[in-house]
Design a binder for this molecule. Structure first.
Ligand SMILES: [Zn+2]
Length: 245
């Protein structure tokens, strides 16, 4: 008799008890401030509703928007999701950026062509290997899903890629070094269906905006119309580069 069959014998109540024991053994704490028994407490969740703007040349809206300032609990929550695979908080962050996309609708609705495409900023192959996933994909999917739900049909597409670059993350301490690292290394993937379509680019942390500018340029070069860039958080130029790669 296997373990599952044994659980069946005790009925669904026993499963609930097992779940409860699991929670007792591995209690969940707020990803931002470690407050017990929640994924993201109300105070930390509120930090992701600040709507910070930043310059976004090359995009029809001219400005990009972030949910939060990259500091304190916001930084802790984002790193927990990005580098330690905390998918529970990832779902909350996806909801936050989707909510931001919907709230900004009046800004881009008039400049947008039908059939929006939501494209995540690309990660380097090394970052993808380290994390084992395209971590921005669920964010782009959440934005597409939510915009479609409010009557703006949108589709998420992993249309951008970043080619191998020189310089390890730990060597790139200045924002200008990061900008040089990214410059010219972002391309549209072969077979992407973005030509003639409006695109919203989604990133996690924005500092100089260099990555998003490169994304916009690559998309324009492939015949798409970049209209808006969104990020989870906007960081100051002093932020350690190792967090941002
Ligand atoms: Zn908290």
């Amino acid at each position: 008799m296997n373990a599952l069959t044994q659980v069946d014998r005790f009925g669904p109540g026993f499963l609930g008890l097992l779940n409860m024991c699991g929670n007792l053994l591995l209690p969940r704490a707020c990803a931002g401030c470690d407050r017990p028994d929640c994924v993201l407490c109300p105070s930390c969740a509120a930090l992701f509703q600040q709507t910070e703007s930043f310059p976004a040349p090359g995009y029809a809206c001219g400005s990009g928007y972030a949910c939060a300032v990259y500091a304190g609990p916001v930084r802790q929550a984002i790193l927990g999701w990005k580098d330690h695979g905390d998918e529970e908080v990832g779902a909350q962050l996806a909801r936050a950026i989707a909510r931001l996309a919907v709230s900004l609708r009046p800004l881009y609705e008039r400049v947008s062509l039908p059939d929006l495409v939501i494209v995540p900023a690309p990660s380097s192959a090394a970052s993808m290997r380290r994390r084992g996933r395209a971590h921005l994909r669920p964010l782009a999917q959440a934005v597409a899903h939510q915009l479609t739900a409010v009557g703006l049909p949108a589709q998420a597409q992993l249309a951008l890629t970043m080619s191998a670059v020189k310089g390890k993350a730990v060597e790139l301490h200045s924002s200008s070094a990061r900008a040089r690292r990214v410059s010219g290394h972002i391309q549209v993937k072969a077979g992407s269906q973005i030509a003639g379509r409006s695109v919203i680019v989604v990133d996690d942390i924005v500092t100089t905006g260099s990555t998003l500018r490169q994304c916009g340029a690559a998309l324009s070069g492939a015949g798409a119309r970049p209209i808006l860039s969104l990020a989870l958080a906007r960081a100051g130029r002093h932020q350690a580069s190792t967090d941002l790669l």
